[in-house]
Ligand binder design. Structure first.
Ligand SMILES: CC(C)(COP(=O)(O)OP(=O)(O)OC[C@H]1O[C@@H](n2cnc3c(N)ncnc32)[C@H](O)[C@@H]1OP(=O)(O)O)[C@@H](O)C(=O)NCCC(=O)NCCS
Length: 264
């Protein structure tokens, strides 16, 4: 791309498309994808657009991530993690009891993969596409997503972990640890594992095992006195690998079919 090249962009909050001119250094934009991606983020900040739906032919895929730099936007999709990433780096992986062959770890989850906390920019990296392979997600808007994300981040009790394919810039797996605060057991904390799902094209690459191992170790690091989860009978053998055992207690529920919709 050269200085003053034109791209079609769609800006946040605006229904119609607009054309933007980018004051861009030409030669450096030609190069490997990682380089292009970095510049893509610069490009967004130049224009103030939050979302690039259609880009110059230099960007072969229709949608990269989105970062909104518009002050009046009110909707910021960015790379801010939902929890402190160093928590993952500081895990004592040597105390993991589950075998990995070939060996992978939180810092090296596999070729072209990164394991990290969720951020709002993942909305446009197929986060919901992966979740929808587990259950119904509903038609969530970026506004609903950021509002829920902010709530979870502020609470400090939601550890949503994702695996990103950095070549495709797509989320390929996710799992969540929630910490629940108690008065019992001397005001203890309990962990819950939720929404463990690996994209069907990435199953069998040990990512499910990696995610559950990571969250189990994380719950220990966060000083939970126990960690629990609910799963279908077909997944019991999977969780037994990590030391989970079926409880003698019965899981009970009462569903409210018409409630629970997100109202903005
Ligand atoms: C269950 C799921 C997360 C496993 O992820 P995955 O990345 O495919 O699994 P892995 O490659 O990490 O498999 C690890 C091990 O578990 C085994 N395994 C995988 N799924 C299993 C299952 N449902 N039951 C028993 N063992 C299973 C594998 O054979 C492998 O065994 P090994 O280590 O002895 O070779 C994945 O299949 C998935 O997303 N399923 C749909 C959503 C779902 O059911 N989530 C769980 C909600 S409780």
């Amino acid at each position: 791309m050269n200085v003053n090249d034109t791209c079609i962009t769609r800006t946040c909050g605006e229904k119609e498309s607009k054309r933007s001119h980018f004051p861009f250094p030409g030669p450096s934009t030609v190069g490997p994808q990682r380089r292009l991606t970095l510049e893509y983020h610069q490009l967004i900040s130049y224009t103030g657009c939050h979302s690039f739906i259609s880009l110059c032919e230099y960007f072969t895929r229709p949608s990269f991530g989105c970062v909104c730099h518009r002050r009046d936007c009110g909707m910021l999709l960015n790379e801010t993690p939902i929890f402190e990433p160093s928590l993952l780096q500081e895990l004592d992986w040597s105390s993991n009891t589950v075998p990995f062959s070939p060996p992978i770890s939180p810092s090296s989850p596999g070729e072209g993969l990164v394991l990290r906390p969720l951020c709002t920019a993942d909305f446009h990296r197929g986060f919901f596409k992966v979740l929808s392979q587990l259950t119904t997600t509903g038609d969530v808007t970026p506004e609903q997503f950021t509002k829920k994300f902010d709530h979870m981040k502020k609470s400090g009790d939601y550890y949503v972990v994702v695996v990103e394919d950095t070549n495709l810039r797509q989320i390929v797996a996710t799992a969540t640890l929630i910490t629940e605060h108690k008065f019992i057991h001397s005001c203890a904390k309990r962990g819950r594992v939720e929404e463990v799902v690996v994209s069907d094209v990435c199953r069998g690459k040990q990512l499910g095992k990696l995610l559950v191992s990571v969250l189990t170790l994380l719950s220990k690091k966060l000083e939970c006195y126990k960690i629990t989860l609910e799963c279908s009978p077909t997944n019991v053998a999977f969780y037994q690998k990590f030391g989970y055992t079926a409880s003698h207690e019965t899981y009970m529920q009462c569903r409210f079919p018409n409630e629970g919709q997100q109202k903005l």
